[in-house]
Design a protein around this ligand. Structure first.
Ligand code: FAD
Length: 353
C-alpha cells in the first residue's frame, strides 16, 4: 500500500481513474477496474482504508456479505485489500478531494486539500455518507488556534516534537496518540472527563503505566478555556468535576471527540444532487456529468439499498463504462475469472489451462 502524497510535487499524477473514498465499495471498485486494466488512485480523508466499516464499526459483525456468513468491518476491509492487491492501487490518505475541473485535453483535474493534483480519465465518487470530519469541542475562541496550536488529526508526528501537548478524549485516537507522542513531547497531559475510557484496554493499561512512571499526566475534567495570543496557545484551563480550575501549560492541543460525516466539497463539483446524494443511472452508474461515476452509499436511483453488496454490483457495471472512456479504441470482452487465463494472469494466480 502506498500512502504517498505529492504536495510538493508540482507535476500532476496521471492515471486512468481516481476513486474518492476508500470505503468497502470504493475498494472493490479497484478490483473491477483492475480486471479491465485500469490503473487507479484512492483519495480519502481518513488515515486508513475501510470507510464506515473501519471507522464506525471495525469489530461489529456483518452478516450479509455474500459467502461470508459473518465477518467484522475490519476483516472485510482487510480481505478487500488482499483482493485488490494484485492491481497495486495507490492510496492518498488524510486528504480531502477538494476541487474538480476539466482540462482542455478532456481529463479530470482533481486537487486535494494537501495540494496533490491528479489528471485522470475518469473520476469515481465512492464517498459514502460523505467525508469524515472531526467533531469540534465547544471551547470559546478555539477557531483562532486551529492549524497553529489546535489540531484534530496528526498528519506529521515531528510537528509535535518538543511541545507541551494536551490531548483530550477517551477513545482510541486520544489514547493511541498519547502513547505515540509521549516519547517526543516535552510534556504531555491527557484530559478526559472521567476515569473510564472507551479505548482498547491494552492502550488504557499502557497509558496508566506512563502516568504512574511520571512520564505523562492525567487530568480529569473538561477544557473550559484557552489562553494565548495571535494563534499561539500558551495554556489551557481544565475544569474538574468539582468545578476547580487547573491551568496546564500547552502549545499544542489535540481534541479527539470523534468524527461526523458531511458531503463536503463534492457538493461543489457541479453534479446534480438529490438530498445530498448523487443520482446515477442503473446501467453505468454515471452521474449527470459524463466521465464521473458514483458507487456505494453516495449514489441514488429508484430502489437503491444502502448495502455494501449493492456497491459491489454497482462497481462491476460502472467499470465497463469507465473502460470505454479510458480505452475508446479497445474492445470490451466479458470473461469469467474462473476460466480466463488472461484475468488470472492479471490476478497473479496460476492458470490451470
Ligand atoms: C453501525 C453500522 C452498521 C452497518 N452494518 C451493515 C451491514 O450489516 N451490512 C451492510 O451491507 N452495510 C452495513 N452498514 C452500511 C455500510 O457500512 C455502508 O453501506 C458502506 O460503508 C458504504 O460503503 P462506501 O464505500 O459507499 O462508503 P463509506 O464506507 O462511507 O466510505 C466513504 C469514504 O469516503 C471518504 N470521503 C468522502 N468524501 C471524501 C472527500 N471529499 N475526500 C476524501 N475522502 C472522502 C470518507 O472518509 C470514507 O472513508 C452499516 C453501517 C453502520 C454505520
Amino acid at each position: 500500500m502506498n500512502g504517498s502524497m505529492n504536495a510538493e510535487n508540482p507535476h500532476p499524477i496521471t492515471t486512468d481513474a481516481v476513486v474518492i473514498g476508500a470505503g468497502p465499495c470504493g475498494l472493490f471498485t479497484a478490483f473491477e477496474l483492475g480486471l479491465l486494466d485500469m490503473k487507479c488512485h484512492f483519495v480519502d480523508i481518513l488515515d486508513r482504508p475501510g470507510g464506515q466499516c473501519a471507522e464506525l464499526y471495525p469489530e461489529k459483525p456483518i452478516y450479509d456479505i455474500p459467502a461470508w456468513p459473518i465477518i467484522s468491518g475490519q476483516e472485510l476491509t482487510h480481505r478487500l485489500l488482499e483482493q485488490i492487491a494484485p492491481f497495486k492501487p495507490e492510496f492518498h490518505f488524510q486528504q480531502m478531494a477538494e476541487s474538480l475541473q476539466k482540462t482542455p485535453d478532456g481529463l479530470w483535474r482533481l486537487t486535494t486539500d494537501a495540494g496533490t493534483i491528479f489528471e485522470s480519465k475518469v473520476i469515481i465518487i465512492a464517498a459514502g455518507g460523505g467525508s469524515f470530519v472531526p467533531k469540534k469541542p465547544p471551547i470559546p475562541g478555539i477557531e483562532q488556534y486551529e492549524g497553529s496550536s489546535v489540531f484534530y488529526a496528526v498528519r506529521q508526528m515531528r510537528q509535535f516534537e518538543g511541545r507541551n501537548i494536551v490531548i483530550v478524549g477517551g477513545g482510541d485516537s486520544a489514547l493511541d496518540w498519547t502513547l505515540n507522542l509521549q516519547p517526543i513531547a516535552k510534556s504531555l497531559t491527557l484530559v478526559h472527563r472521567r476515569d473510564e475510557f472507551r479505548a482498547a484496554p491494552d492502550s488504557v493499561g499502557k497509558m496508566r503505566g506512563l502516568v504512574s512512571e511520571g512520564k505523562i499526566n492525567f487530568q480529569m475534567g473538561q477544557v473550559a478555556a484557552l489562553k494565548g495570543a495571535n494563534g499561539k496557545l500558551e495554556s489551557v484551563i481544565v475544569k474538574d468535576n468539582d468545578k476547580q480550575d487547573h491551568e496546564i501549560a500547552c502549545d499544542a492541543l489535540l481534541p479527539f471527540f470523534g468524527l461526523t460525516m458531511k458531503l463536503g466539497p463534492i457538493a461543489n463539483f457541479g453534479l446534480n444532487l438529490n438530498q445530498n446524494l448523487i443520482p446515477v443511472d442503473t446501467e453505468k452508474f454515471e452521474t449527470s456529468t459524463p466521465g464521473i461515476f458514483a458507487v456505494g452509499d453516495i449514489n441514488t436511483y429508484p430502489g437503491k439499498l444502502k448495502l455494501i453488496l449493492s456497491g459491489f454490483h454497482e462497481a462491476a457495471l460502472m467499470a465497463r463504462q469507465a473502460f470505454r472512456y479510458c480505452y475508446p479504441d479497445k474492445k470490451l470482452k466479458f470473461e469469467y475469472t474462473t476460466s480466463s487465463s488472461s484475468l488470472q494472469e492479471k490476478l497473479g494466480v496460476e492458470s490451470d489451462e
